[in-house]
Design a protein around this ligand. Structure first.
Ligand SMILES: *Cc1c(COP(=O)(O)O)cnc(C)c1O
Length: 382
């Protein structure tokens, strides 16, 4: 079955006796036992809920993995994948990750005796150089947020396997429609399903997928113990989003590529960052491991003040710190999603105040261009 067809039919075979074409929402916390001392398949919804289970099966199938787990947010999914480790362990984390993930690495994990070393994960030499005898995991995104740096999945997975290190890849920017890291040997894939999978900016959700049985058991234990599970209504919303992922992603990346190229010709724009641009340093590696470049792009203006005025001058593109929805969103990462980085950390990571990020939505490209043009004109005019 091709990947576009999978998006529609994965999980659908589990629908109930009524023949309902849309997955039923089992809005029940508890399931009756037929006997005082034996349990059926479903017991209590923190441990398992039939609607959530269909989403979990669907995402496992789409990522080419064995086991899927759904959480109440991307951060809950990421926290669980990082709290699989404990006192005395060392984790290597990409410096250029989602701000909340950086915060876990910087502030939360050290409190539990887990050491975290930050690297540029696009540079395998840096990863190798920061490996210690107690290194247990490598955590990264590719393309990364917000600088779209590319990590070589196969090379990194091979290195990690050799050293017994578990690799965790945040696949939010690509979605399984464009990239399936498990196929390259990555151990755990995490998602903020809030973004492309849900696709409508109306539902927070997180997902974890793995093919490793032992890791799956540990994630399952953490999921039902910590309890940050996804509710049945929200599980249904994410499944509904997944059904249109192909058409959304195809259109969004078409428009993103068009805008990236056009932005490069506009006066006042210092640098456009999009993995599909010919000058992007990770373009070839990305093409070898993904089926497209996605709908996210970033660019630099003259300075932070210019960037702020540009963003405030946009009328159609909404200023909001999220991505992957049907509407185009703009943000200044250093001010919002990556504000937990200090000035120096931001400088080191390249997440500086003149950097603007756009999540390209489903609007007509001409309207997006017109909006960006008028905002660029307004900053030139003063
Ligand atoms: C949004 C996001 C997260 C966090 O997910 P939430 O659903 O907001 O908790 C993690 N990683 C990436 C790449 C994101 O964009």
């Amino acid at each position: 079955m091709k990947k576009g067809t999978r998006l529609i039919h994965s999980g659908s075979e589990t629908s109930d006796q009524t023949g309902a074409v849309s997955t039923p929402i089992y809005q029940s916390v508890v399931f009756a036992q037929t006997d005082a001392t034996t349990y059926g398949q479903w017991v209590y919804s923190r441990n398992g809920n039939p609607t959530r289970a269909i989403l979990e099966k669907t995402i496992a199938d789409l990522e080419g993995g064995e086991s899927g787990f759904a959480f109440s947010s991307g951060m809950a999914a990421i926290s669980v994948s990082l709290l699989l480790f404990g006192v005395g362990d060392h984790i290597i984390m990409s410096r250029d990750v989602y701000g909340g993930t950086y915060r876990i690495g910087q502030e939360l994990l050290p409190r539990y005796g887990i050491e975290v070393g930050f690297v540029d994960a696009a540079d395998i030499k840096q990863i190798e150089g920061s490996t210690r005898p107690n290194t247990k995991a490598l955590y990264f995104e590719t393309p990364s947020n917000p600088l779209m740096k590319i990590t070589d999945l196969r090379r990194t997975a091979a290195w990690a396997q050799e050293h017994g290190i578990i690799t965790i890849c945040d696949n939010t920017f690509m979605s399984p429609y464009l990239q399936r890291p498990l196929a390259s040997g990555i151990d755990i894939v995490v998602h903020s399903a809030t973004k492309y999978l849900g696709g409508h900016s109306d539902c927070l959700a997180g997902l974890v997928v793995t093919s490793n049985k032992e890791l799956a058991e540990r994630v399952k234990f953490m999921q039902s113990t910590l309890g940050a599970v996804l509710g049945p209504q929200d599980s249904w919303l994410i499944m509904r989003g997944i059904k249109t992922l192909k058409v959304r992603m195809e259109q969004q990346q078409y428009t993103a590529a068009l805008l990236a190229e056009w932005l490069g010709t506009q006066p006042g724009i210092a640098e456009v960052i999009y993995p599909g641009l010919p000058g992007h340093p990770g373009r070839d590696i990305h093409l070898s491991q993904a089926d497209g470049f996605g709908g996210m792009l970033a660019f630099r203006l003259k300075d932070g003040e210019t960037a702020r005025r540009f963003v405030n001058g946009l009328r159609l593109i909404t200023i909001a710190s999220s991505l992957g929805g049907v509407e185009s969103l703009v943000s200044i990462p250093s001010a919002i999603s990556h504000s937990s980085l200090t000035g120096e950390q931001g400088q080191q990571a390249g997440v500086t105040p003149e950097l603007v990020r756009i999540s390209v939505g489903l609007e007509d490209p001409e309207d997006l261009k017109a909006d960006i043009s008028q905002a660029l004109q307004s900053i030139r005019g003063t």
